[in-house]
Structure formats: C-alpha cells, structure tokens
Design a protein around this ligand. Structure first.
Ligand SMILES: Nc1ncnc2c1ncn2[C@@H]1O[C@H](COP(=O)(O)OP(=O)(O)OP(=O)(O)O)[C@@H](O)[C@H]1O
Length: 499
C-alpha cells in the first residue's frame, strides 16, 4: 500500500505505533515464532499494512453493557436484536431450501444414536452439478421464487429451545460450536454461539456472516438453518459436518492422503468460485479449520465473518489476519480472489505433509499425528535458503478447549492477542522469502500436485493461477478418486462426531 510506514521491529521504548502499549521485551522474545534465524537475519524494507495491528480486537462488550447511541436512540444491542429478527424472517422465508431433505445443504439426518433418517446422495464432485447449483443460486439472486415449504407452521424457524445439546465440536475466536439434536426436525445440526460485542463494527461483521450464510446454497458451502439471540450470544445453526474440520482431522490422523487433498482443493475452489460468481464476495479466511468434511464424503467451506463484498468494498481493511495470508495482503494491497488461492496453497501443503509449512524442520513435534513427517522440509531444500520458521507446538485439541488455548497453539491470529511480534516476524518472512513448496523427504508427491501448489503460491498475484485455471489443471481433471472413495476415507477417520 503506498505511503505506509516501513515496519521494522521497534523496541518497546521506541514508541512506535507498530507495538501495542502492553508489549514488553520479554513478551517479544518469548513468542513462539521468534526464531533465532529471524533474529539473525532481519528483513529490511518491508511494509506491512498498519491496519493489521488495528485488527486486534478490543475486549468484547456484552449486550447488557451497551449504551444508547445514534440519532435513532436505539442501543446497539437493540439494533442487533432487530437485525437478527429480520434475518430470522428472511431465513424462514427461504426455508424451502433448508428443509432436512432439500439437497446439498441438507443437515446431517442421523438420529443421535447414529441411525440414518433420510439418506442423501453425493453429487459435489460432479462439475456439471456444481454449474447447476451456481445457476440455481443465480436465479435465486435474480428473484426467482423458491419452491418448498414456507414458515406457515413455524417449522423452519430454528429456535434454541428445539435444540438438545449432544457434544462440543470446537471453539474458535468467535465462539463455541456444539453438536445439537433438533427435536422438531429430527436431525443433527451444529450450533455456534457467538458472544455479542455491541460495537457497531462487530455487529456488522456478525450480520455480514449471517447474511452470507443465509444467501448461500452450494454443495461446497456449509449449510445454514437460522439464527437467534440467547442472552448475550447470537446462536447460528448450521449443517453439522460429522468428520470435523481438516485441521482437527490432520491433528488426529496425521497427513491427509494426497488424492484426498486434491479433492479438498477442488471443493474449496468450487466454493470460492460460487461465492465470487454468485455473491460477489471473497472468503478471505481460507485455512484448514475453515474447511469441514462429513462422512458422506463432502468437503465444504465455512466461516464468513471476514468475507469481503467486492461491491461496496471493505476490502482494504485488515480483518482476520492470519498466517495463511498472502504476501500482497500482508502489504495492504487490495484483496482479490487470488489472495484466497494463496491461502489454499498454504493449507494444502499443511494437509498433505501434516505440518504447517512455515516450520523449522528441526522443530517438528510428535504431536502432529503419527503420520506426520518429522523430517519434513516443505521449503526449497537448497541449504542456502533461510531456515523456515517454527510454528508453535500443536497439543491435542480438546473439544472443550477454549479458543484462548487454541490461539496460543496455532499462533495464527492477531485477534487473539499476545502473539503480535512473532506473527509480524512470520508475516515478514512470507513477504521476503521464497514461497513454500509441496515437497517432502518422506513422501513423493505427484508432479501435477506440486505444480498445482506452485500455481497457488506465486508471490506475484498477477502470475498466480486463478481458480478457473487451477480447476482445469491436470491434478484436478486427472483425479481418479470417486465420491465413494472420498466417503470411505471420511468414514475411516478417527473421531468423526457421529461414530
Ligand atoms: N458446522 C460444523 N460442523 C462440525 N464442526 C464444526 C462446524 N463448525 C465449526 N466446527 C468445529 O468447531 C471449531 C470451531 O469453529 P469456529 O468457526 O468457531 O472457529 P475456527 O474456524 O476453528 O477458528 P477461528 O475463529 O480462528 O476462525 C472448528 O475448528 C471445527 O472443528
């Protein structure tokens, strides 16, 4: 971004705006990413958008603590209540697409004991079916009337009192996710509870996510069934993906087979293209924890909290900063769909090798699953290149682990606080050093897969492959993996939530 101040690592006493007031020298040196190699070789001349720092979220202000503001005299909490009510209404009006047996976004139709209630078929790997879905969604956007059930009987309005809690599924920066049984519909769903911050910017972000989820209908996007307010939380009810997120899968099972990773790549690209073509949005937070799988063999993306609308753009603000972020995003250049392509490339290396690519090969941990490559070297093996950076250890993730812990292990989010310097170091590395590659000392990856990842990770976004080009690549078109194979893989995973 032109005119940005250069970012050098300031000392705590420098008074630079790059360092939060609470940072201390010890907190800087104790950061997990603060590798020796970095201290030896400090990149110079790097410009990182100052808004990365601005993205560090202030503490949440609960609804009850909100004050009246604005000319309307309504408190932010009241505005949120009204917005949620409007969204509930629009969800129920589009309820025909959300009944349990209504296609790609159908919820998991097993009883809590695992007995299937309504069998569904797998169709997403068929590209023509994807085109039809895009077409359908486009018509929907154009105002074509939807078929199906309306909310006459209130069936489609998901209410908290209809949900029986079965198990914890995980926790993120935004809230916790629980597996629930919808007594009224007789099916399993996932409920995410987000602590409401009454600040307008946060309210806007939550509503943006809900609106996007509400508008989406794609086999590559996690289905959405409704939202409601519960005390100081917004409850979001969505499709339960019973094999969990890919970061969990990787953590429990080690590296994912490369042919499955190819299918992950295809599903994510189709999801991104759906968002872009139909809704004019870019995801902006592609990473393994936002890619979910189920035992039907489906792979879908979720988490639109930081998705940016291309029209009426908020695209130059930094939100959702993470280590999956592309070099141009780190430097404050405008977001494009190619930034998501970069994040996909980094995610694919992580899934295929079982390790985050920016990790010092000497510091691999044994907590990455038995299949992980302890001797992994995902960077160019040329010894003259700088040593890559260490990712913090990945302890076994408990479903009840608070996000604070998860942030610490992953060290990926500036929003979590406490990792600012180390992550800035990593961001500098991403900008200044060669991109990682899909290589392994232990495994031989197909050349087509390596070329695909190389296409994702060109540091110049103009030269980076587009989703269309990637979908047409040999790795994707030449895949021999069938939907049944994918289903078999998903069913074989340890820890699927319905076993
Ligand atoms: N629809 C779902 N079905 C099954 N599991 C889910 C679902 N949504 C989320 N999860 C699980 O809950 C975890 C937390 O999800 P959440 O979206 O709150 O945060 P995250 O994506 O892990 O992290 P961040 O907040 O940094 O994006 C996920 O990692 C995943 O394991």
């Amino acid at each position: 971004m032109p005119g940005l101040p250069l970012l050098s690592k300031p000392s705590p006493s420098s008074g630079s705006s790059s360092i939060p007031a609470s940072s201390s020298a010890s907190s800087i040196t104790s950061q997990p990413f603060g590798s020796k190699s970095l201290q030896r070789k400090r990149p110079v001349g790097l410009s990182i958008a100052p808004s990365i720092e601005a993205s560090r979220a202030p503490p949440a202000l609960p609804l009850s603590g909100s004050t009246k503001d604005g000319p309307s005299g309504l408190s932010e909490a009241e505005k949120l209540r009204q917005d949620i009510a409007r969204l509930q209404l629009s969800s129920s009006q589009s309820g025909g697409d959300r009944s349990p047996d209504s296609g790609p976004n159908s919820p998991s139709t097993s009883s809590p004991t695992g007995q299937p209630l309504t069998p569904t078929t797998l169709s997403h790997s068929d590209s023509s079916s994807s085109a039809k879905v895009v077409d359908k969604a486009r018509k929907k956007k154009d105002g074509t009337k939807k078929k199906g059930k309306t909310d006459k009987d209130g069936l489609d309005l998901v209410k908290d009192e209809d949900l029986e809690i079965l198990a914890d599924l995980g926790a993120g920066n935004g809230g916790s996710v629980t597996k629930v049984w919808n007594k009224k519909r007789g099916c399993i769903m996932a409920r995410k509870l987000i602590l409401v911050d009454a600040k307008p910017s946060v309210r806007k972000q939550i509503l943006r996510e809900l609106q996007i989820m509400n508008d989406c209908n794609s086999p590559y996007i996690v289905g959405y069934y409704g939202c409601f307010l519960v005390e100081v939380h917004v409850g979001v009810v969505m499709e339960a993906m019973d094999a969990g997120s890919l970061d969990d899968i990787c953590r429990k099972n080690g590296a994912i087979p490369i042919n499955v990773v190819g299918k992950v790549a295809e599903a994510v690209l189709r999801g991104l293209m759906y968002l872009y073509d139909v809704h004019r949005i870019i995801h902006r937070d592609i990473k393994p924890s936002n890619i979910l799988a189920n035992t039907k063999g489906e792979i879908k993306i979720c988490d639109f909290g930081v998705s940016g609308e291309l029209i009426n753009s908020i695209a130059n603000t930094f939100v959702g900063t993470s280590t999956y972020m592309s070099p141009e995003r780190i430097q404050g250049a405008p977001y494009t769909i190619k930034s998501d392509v970069w994040s996909l490339g980094i995610s694919l290396i992580e899934l295929a090798t079982g390790r985050f690519p920016f990790q010092d090969s000497n510091e691999a941990t044994d907590s990455e699953g038995e299949d992980s490559d302890e001797e992994e070297q995902t960077h160019d093996p040329d010894p003259t290149l700088p040593v890559s950076f260490r990712r913090p250890q990945l302890p076994e993730k408990s479903n009840t682990t608070p996000k604070a812990k998860k942030s610490k292990k992953a060290g990926v989010s500036l929003g979590g606080g406490g990792h600012t310097m180390s992550i800035l170091d990593l961001l500098q590395h991403i900008v200044n050093e060669p991109a990682p590659r899909l290589v392994s000392r232990k495994r031989k990856f197909p050349e087509e897969a390596q070329l695909f990842v190389e296409g994702c990770l060109d540091k110049d976004p103009a030269k980076r492959s587009s989703p269309q080009e990637l979908l047409a690549s040999e790795w994707i078109t030449g895949s021999t993996m069938t939907p049944a194979d994918l289903q078999e893989w998903a069913k074989s995973l340890a820890g699927s939530t319905e076993t």
